[in-house]
Design a protein around this ligand. Sequence first.
Ligand code: 3PG
Length: 396
Amino acid sequence: MRGLKDIDVKGKRVLVRVDFNVPTDKQGNILDDARIKASLPTIRYLIDQGAKVILMSHLGRPDGKVVEAYRLDKVAQHLSTLLGQEVKKLPDCVGKEVEDAVAQMQPGQVVLLENVRFHAGEEKNDPEFAAQLAALGDVFVNDAFGTAHRAHASTAGVTRYLPSAAGFLMEKEVKMLRSVMESSESPRVAIIGGAKVSDKMGLLQNMLDKVDAIIIGGGMANTFLKAEGYYIGNSLCEDKLLDFARSLLKQAEEKRIRVLLPVDVVVADRLAADAQSREVKVDQVPEGWIIVDIGSETARLFGETIKSAHNIIWNGPMGVYEYERFARGTEEVARAVAASGAVSVVGGGDSLAIIARLGLEDKMTHISTGGGATLEFLEGKVLPGVASCEGYQFVG
Ligand code: 3PG
């Protein structure tokens, strides 16, 4: 992978794709700036090198139209504060006004283009739109790991026109995710949670070739429990995937991979903050109730496996963590990973929210900034944004 230090950026116009697709409230206020902070090393390096830094990003899914709530002004303001220097937000990402503003930039200055998804050409990876973007820079740096799974004009298309390199964040993400996926140091443990099996089929399948044990929690565990013959009440379940779940369990057995499912669960009479709830053995779910978290014995057993791990890949919460009272299982797992001393790579916004809440960020080896991108990487897919940094043109 060609990195930032492999290219000459001094005095050059450097077009940088970042992923500033951050969560915002209805007024556009930034709720979590982790992705913005993660891009600072690349931006600071470019400033220090006297480059003219032209940042571009998407925000939300405006579908090729200008949507006021998805303008990047507040992101530019916040970035200015973090950098301690002005970051001018330009009114668009292509066109005469933008070209003129870029032409007047001085070395060390930073501008942020307007949301690239305000143009339909972005998601279509339209070559003409990509060429217009590329015309703003002398070189292209891709630091948007979070968007690396999208073959869009600003992530992949521009690399047809400009010499390209990976930014520091992109390099770090790829290095960390690769190292944990390719590690031969056992025991390797995958902790997979979240609501749906359908979102994680590729991940589960790929983990069968990467780890020694798979811990399954969250809503997706219900489908596995039902596949094993348990009554799960009105819990979330994907009946269409019962065969997939059975086949995965069978393959794991053949490959001698341990799969840990909940042995006890927290059940509630409905999904509400004031619902009645209690902990039961997994074969005692009351009629019509729903599973909302793993139980304490399960957390203990999961913890034992986590404690013995050398490598941990964690993606997804163990319960309906949005309700604080059903977040305990995820919190226990977070604490166990933090205390394990293992090489731990965590991806997916949900587990991250809990880790941040517990102040355990520093205890994890790597917290990925990607959601879908991390998932696809862990599924073993080639990400267009990564491939283009490695000198391949992504086709498809
Ligand atoms: C993300 O948040 O996963 C990335 O920024 C990509 O956003 P998207 O799913 O709207 O393409």
